[in-house]
Design a protein around this ligand. Sequence first.
Ligand SMILES: Nc1ncnc2c1ncn2[C@@H]1O[C@H](COP(=O)(O)OP(=O)(O)OP(=O)(O)O)[C@@H](O)[C@H]1O
Ligand SMILES: [Mg+2]
Length: 308
Amino acid sequence: MLRLENVTKKYGKFIAVNNLSLEIEEGEIFGFVGPNGAGKTTTLKMIATLLQPTSGNIFIDNIEVSQNVKKVRGIMGYMPDFFGVYDDLKVSEYLDFYGDVAGLSKEEKLQVIPDLLELVDLKNKKSEYVDSLSRGMKQRLCLARSLIHNPRLLILDEPASGMDPRARVQMKEILKELRRMGKTILISSHILPELSELCTNIGIIERGQIIESGSVDEIMRKVNKTNNIRLTVLDFTEKAMKLLKEEPVVGNVYNDDKSIEFNFEGGDKEIVYLIKKLVNNDVPVLSFKPIESNLEEIFMKVTKGDEE
Ligand SMILES: Nc1ncnc2c1ncn2[C@@H]1O[C@H](COP(=O)(O)OP(=O)(O)OP(=O)(O)O)[C@@H](O)[C@H]1O
Ligand SMILES: [Mg+2]
């Protein structure tokens, strides 16, 4: 659905996006993650036909973007990270205006606008001035605007930035609804735990380059060569620890009341063996499960951060 081939963007001598390649399949929710200044907005703007790459190509549905701006804009909806001021426009007038821009007929607008207001939960605000809306509401309105022509591909640049936790949850629910509707979504964010729940795939970008990409699980596996496991026992904590420490696949073992945590380098077979060993030695095992490291930790591990 979306393909970037060796895309580079220079601002003067500064390379903001560096030979970046990326492919997103239909129906994927791709989280584009990276620290400030990594090149996320620049990349998204190029996809949205608002910036020309210095070199490289971008394809949407196999259509080269810069050669077919009009066609591509019909397939894609773009929500920018910042949006401008609204002079004396009411919410419904605002969407009406963008409906006109998208070339919708009066009848189409009459159908689409109430649906969109419903989707972004602004139905009871339709007669309010846009300026009077809260930040979260403005962002939802902006999302509605990017959906007005029913695009199949959505490019969302930090749609939840600056929102309070409640507003974030609401935005996430809307995005899940869009996922159910079968939209392909490319979403940028610094807020990783949110993306892990929403996205099918993640790409981590730093200094204009993708440094890791794949499904959330794949990235975790790549980064986490060793696993951490938490074992809970009803009794015999000391004995369990001793049994674990005998095994070469087990690293550091910590005791935290009735739960034991340890590093583990091995596969499924070794896990089965460890559980058997514990049980055969009469350790009352209550649970045995890997501790998932969250995306935030992975992100900190993979990105070096901008030191200068
Ligand atoms: N118009 C411009 N002229 C010169 N440099 C620019 C311009 N726009 C962006 N840059 C630079 O390009 C780099 C990437 O910026 P970009 O806005 O794409 O990052 P980002 O990943 O979206 O960051 P953030 O998380 O802060 O939104 C930054 O170093 C930025 O200073
Ligand atoms: Mg940005």
